[in-house]
Design a protein around this ligand. Structure first.
Ligand SMILES: [Zn+2]
Length: 242
């Protein structure tokens, strides 16, 4: 299959690992699984109680909320069109709550059912929907948003082009998208991808380069206006819908 990030065909074998095959796109330098994991594989991962929300995971709730308040302040500073917020992959709901505290009508989408149950109980002033983005969208419950946040999620998506299209559909013109994901082209990433702490297929199935993410964003009218410097091999993009 062509690169699921930029759609180019030329590729080189990156690695064969535990029966999975990963390819490096020779156009955008992103790395992807082919064959890709199926939606059933993805649900199996989210339905695994050891991968999902546990009491231990949420034990640091106050710390998580404090960190999200900082991110919320940074994101809020760029938003000029209104006060509707969506998080794609909202986990325990901490960022959704942090944006609600800043006056937003705040919504989260999350495929992990225990995460959604925890978030709805802990943050009753917010709205949470259980499911993958495209599934929740198909229920007709999503609106248009002034700010969308999607952190450490897109690397779990085997076909990020329709995923980014779905995000762009729900962002108002002038609205701001903040995405973070591991950076496969970063100077601080080990040369051997299997030695990288972000390498965990099939859970992480698409490894983006900044160039690849910019390309798929641009195709959906999302213009990157800030790329935060990162010592860690991570991409932190802020983009505006044109
Ligand atoms: Zn590519």
């Amino acid at each position: 299959m062509p690169c699921p990030v930029c759609a180019a065909e030329p590729r080189a074998l990156e690695t064969e690992w535990k029966g999975m095959t990963l390819w490096r796109c020779l156009s955008c330098a992103s790395v992807y699984m082919d064959p890709a994991p199926t939606d059933a594989d993805r649900h199996a991962m989210y339905d695994d109680p050891y991968q999902g929300a546990t009491d231990g995971y949420y034990a640091k709730a106050e710390k998580k909320l404090r960190r999200c308040r900082k991110r919320a302040r940074m994101l809020d500073a760029y938003v000029t069109t209104g006060k509707a917020f969506l998080e794609v992959g909202s986990s325990g709901g901490f960022m959704v709550e942090a944006m609600r505290e800043r006056g937003y009508a705040a919504t989260g989408v999350e495929p992990d059912a225990p995460g959604v149950a925890y978030a709805q109980k802990t943050f009753p002033g917010c709205t949470f929907h259980n499911g993958l983005l495209e599934e929740v969208e198909a229920r007709g419950v999503l609106d248009q948003y002034d700010a969308i946040y999607c952190s450490e999620v897109i690397e779990h998506v085997p076909f990020p082009r329709p995923f980014v299209a779905a995000i762009a559909r729900h962002l108002k013109p002038g609205g701001v998208l903040n995405v973070t994901t591991p950076d496969v082209a970063h100077w601080n990433k080990p040369k051997d991808i299997t030695a990288w702490n972000e390498f965990c297929p099939p859970s992480h199935c698409t490894y983006f380069s900044p160039q690849g993410l910019r390309t798929v964003f641009a195709e959906h009218g999302l213009e990157v206006f800030r790329h935060r410097f990162n010592w860690k091999a991570g991409i932190q993009f802020y983009a505006r819908k044109t």
